[in-house]
Write a protein of this length. Sequence first.
Length: 224
Amino acid sequence: MRILIVEDEKRLALTLKDLLGQSGYQADLAFNGNDGLELAKSGIYDGVILDVMLPQMNGFQVLRSLRAGGSMVPVLMLTARGELADRVQGLDSGADYYLTKPFENQELLACLRTILRRQPAIVPELLTFGDLTLNPASSQLSRGEKNVTLSSKELEMLTILFKNAGCFIPKETLLLKIWGYDSSVNANSVEAYVSFIRKKLALLQSSVTVRVARNIGYTLEDGR
Ligand code: CA
């Protein structure tokens, strides 16, 4: 899952990013309210950790704009101030949870798990398409008795394609969902991973293929 951290205290932001990374999340950082809002609106995040006191827009303003734009992304608000008034304001502006600094790492992770569980789109344990079964928990792709193990990026890409079977997913969306705003990757990375996935589909002798439509995107297609 991909989490956005909006926090202007860089040291804390980096610590949180590490903590989330160790816990199996991908995390991106924004250091002010405007950048945080722009990133949060992209729709690629499963959750947002949002500080209240931020340069440009404060966390409440970011949250209100986000909700006004229709985003339902779960938001965990952080603040150094624990007054009741803040807490009420946070919940009124659409926060899912409110955590007062300083907090324990385990407390933050527990809150994050709670707000992420509230998301309506729960990933089923097993995803199926055509003759294939994808098990995200074990990174196994199987066809009948045959299994292949997927790398983490292959798994992320296939999970997106399985969950959106029947729709073309733009290359840009795959790039952002899998690599975030890491500028060292580009469209060629998507193509490289599609080719790795195609090799694994061939190993499984699956009837499923990854179809590419130029300038539109990628989709799974069942050739049976
Ligand atoms: Ca702050």
